[in-house]
Design a protein around this ligand. Structure first.
Ligand code: SAM
Length: 237
């Protein structure tokens, strides 16, 4: 069944009215009267609906049941992903949203090729990618992509997270040595050039655990998805 995210201001008692861009989306899905669809408010509430009418410029749905979304992970996972070329970064957003990430924080590291703040348009595009991946994978929230931060600011942001890892290919400690019992988990993944030694030292001084993901050097996007999948495998499957 298709799932879409909508603002709560189009939900009236047992009816949902869909206009504008969201209506274009409904048309693209080729929905017809009596088709089923889930509308989510992005705050874990799923409205199970039937399409009542499709007009020229709007669609009307009738709400059959409301329930709490049950697709979120039991952990809040924060991905601190080094900025990288646009297509790779967008790939990481899409796939990590499918895997259940809670927030993505783009980080600007010493060895990032891309250091410019990507600007408002890029943030809007990233949000759209997150929304569409969240719809496709049936999430109960749309994971937020924050404004890029420099490495040190990201480390201080991570102080509020229960358990933090930094993926470092030179670490002697495998990710396998950890259990993921904490409610919130932060993951730092470096750029193609890796983290600098001073970044690794700074992370260690903030109690961020350096972990190896195995003997092979993974591309940055593979590393992010590997570590996320490992946490999902351990905690939720
Ligand atoms: N420049 C590094 C080199 O050539 O040795 C490789 C950097 S790697 C392409 C990009 C990022 O992925 C790293 O900064 C790290 O966060 C993560 N990564 C890749 N392979 C890893 C591994 N085997 N263990 C831990 N982290 C890894």
């Amino acid at each position: 069944m298709h799932k879409i995210f909508l603002n709560t201001n189009c939900i009236f008692n047992d009816t949902i009215e869909i206009l504008g861009d969201e209506f274009k989306h409904i048309k693209a899905l080729r929905l017809r009267a009596n088709d089923e669809i889930i509308v989510c408010d992005g705050q874990m509430n799923d409205y199970f609906c039937l399409v009542k009418n499709i007009y020229k410029d709007k669609a009307m749905l009738s709400i059959k049941k409301i329930s709490k979304s049950n697709t979120e992970l039991t952990k809040n996972i924060f991905l601190f992903q080094a900025l990288t070329k646009a297509d790779k970064f967008e790939f990481v957003i899409q796939k990590s949203v499918e895997l259940g990430v809670n927030k993505i924080i783009p980080i600007i590291c010493d060895y990032c090729d891309v250091k410019n703040n990507p600007g408002e348009n890029k943030l809007t595009r990233w949000h759209k990618i997150s929304k569409s991946a969240a719809e496709q994978s049936g999430r109960g929230i749309i994971p937020k992509i924050l404004e890029p931060m420099d490495f040190k600011s990201a480390v201080s942001f991570s102080n509020n997270i229960d358990l933090n890892f930094i993926a470092h290919e030179k670490s002697n400690c495998s990710i396998k040595n950890y259990s993921f019992n904490s409610d919130s988990i932060g993951i730092f993944v470096g750029p193609e050039g890796g983290f600098s030694e001073s970044e690794i030292e700074f992370a260690a001084s903030s109690n961020i655990k350096a972990v190896s993901l195995g003997k092979r050097i993974l591309r940055t996007e593979t590393a992010a998805l590997f570590i996320l999948s490992s946490i999902v495998f351990e905690t939720q499957l």
